[in-house]
Design a protein around this ligand. Structure first.
Ligand code: PMP
Length: 396
């Protein structure tokens, strides 16, 4: 009988020739436990998902309650499904007034696809501007926006009319013109290795989009839902998007995504053709119930309040000559080393010592740190000690 690991390699399509191959049997809070009973600290939240921790009791309860009522009953948009309604209403309460209409989908990529279609349809324009080193997803539309040639090269033809500018560069905003349907940008760039821009940049972005009638689409799939210390990352910069995109942490461990805009803008999907954007499972009732519980947990348990202090603890503890730089916005952090060749064995060692971390798609010399927001000060200390131990063992 082949082992489960062998069956994984035989029958699950692989995305790399070196998967981590950890085999978890349970997860709770910031911890995951493998088949041998070994416990790991999840320092990356399953890549930006478990913001409220694994199996948060409120999320689990909401899921169980909904499972006892109904699963799928109808495609998105036709029936009045209570979990979807409650979630959409709660989301709009966290947002500026003009963002009052929520389209629920299943994933980040799917939400980006919807937002791209919305901008094209609403403006009647065909061109889109995005950023170098941006990651927006793996489907054809989202991949077209991605700012990395090596990821796109072998998948052409992709969507035409998309150009890329450097994130944070004010003068390049001139590339946004009267022909641009949307500027799609991560509020904090994730896969670039946590890059953020200043308030002046964001005011200029808003100004340029207003001047040209371009929709500003903010991708908060990774940086939203509390990750940076505000519920939405754009709140740091005093601007408002025209379309906001969320997923990942939004579901508290369940698959869900959304794009949010103004009711008037969203109305374009209802005619010419009717059903201009459709999703069978969009806003699945169980995922919607989990998402509402996640949102309420973040707000009612005041998880945002402690984030700056927690981030500062990481900055304080993670001191070593091999660490060249640490960039962060709240608990979205990148710890930079000299090269991938230095970082990779440190990551492997940290995992062996019980801390799960990794690197970024477009920055493979930086270690990703994005723990569940519920992590305690003692747990941060413990995780940092393990990382420092890993560095020490590898570097010396
Ligand atoms: N945008 C950003 C900023 C992301 O980090 C991701 C996922 N890493 C996506 C979009 C795509 O989301 P998904 O994998 O759910 O399609």
């Amino acid at each position: 009988m082949p082992s489960q690991r062998q069956l994984f390699l035989n029958h699950l399509a692989q995305t790399s020739d070196a998967p981590l191959m950890l085999e978890m049997t349970s997860a709770e809070g910031i911890y995951m436990t493998d088949v041998d009973g070994k416990q790991y600290i999840d320092l990356i939240s399953g890549i930006g998902v478990s913001n409220v921790g694994h199996r948060h009791p409120r999320v689990v309860e909401a899921i169980k309650d909904q499972v006892d009522k109904h699963l799928h009953v109808m495609v998105y948009g036709e029936f009045v499904q209570s979990p979807q309604v409650k979630l959409a209403e709660a989301l709009t309460r966290t947002l500026p007034k003009k963002l009052d209409s929520v389209y629920l989908v299943n994933s980040g990529s799917e939400a980006i696809e919807g937002a791209m279609k919305l901008a094209k349809r609403y403006t009647g324009r065909r061109e889109i501007v995005a950023c170098h080193n941006a990651y927006h997803g793996s489907s054809h539309g989202a991949l077209s926006l991605t700012g990395s040639e090596s990821f796109k090269r072998n998948y052409r033809p992709l969507i035409p009319g998309i150009s890329h500018i450097n994130f944070g560069n004010v003068s390049e905003l001139e590339m946004i013109s009267e022909s641009t349907a949307a500027f799609v940008v991560e509020t904090v760039q994730g896969e670039a290795g946590v890059r953020h821009a200043n308030q002046e940049y964001w005011s200029e972005v808003r100004k340029r989009c207003d001047e040209t009638g371009t929709l500003l689409i903010l991708d908060e799939i990774q940086c939203g839902f509390g990750r940076t210390g505000k519920f939405w990352a754009f709140e740091h910069y005093g601007i408002e998007p025209d379309v906001l995109v969320s997923a990942k942490g939004m579901g508290g461990g369940m698959p869900i995504g959304c794009f949010i805009s103004n009711k008037n803008t969203m109305a374009v999907f209802t005619e010419n053709p009717v059903l201009g954007h459709i999703s069978t499972f969009g806003g699945h009732p169980v995922s919607s119930a989990a998402s509402l519980a996640t949102l309420e947990t973040i707000l009612q348990e005041n998880l945002l309040e402690g984030i700056e202090t927690k981030a500062n603890l990481f900055l304080e503890y993670l001191k070593h000559p091999a660490i060249m730089d640490i960039r962060n916005k709240g608990l979205m952090m990148a710890v930079e080393f000299e090269s991938y060749d230095v970082l990779k064995p440190i990551i492997d060692k940290a995992i062996a010592l019980g801390v799960v971390t990794d690197w970024f798609l477009f920055n493979d010399k930086s270690m990703r740190i994005a723990p569940p927001l519920i992590i305690t000060e003692d747990e941060i200390k413990k995780a940092c000690e393990i990382i420092l131990q890993a560095i020490k063992e590898v570097v010396s």
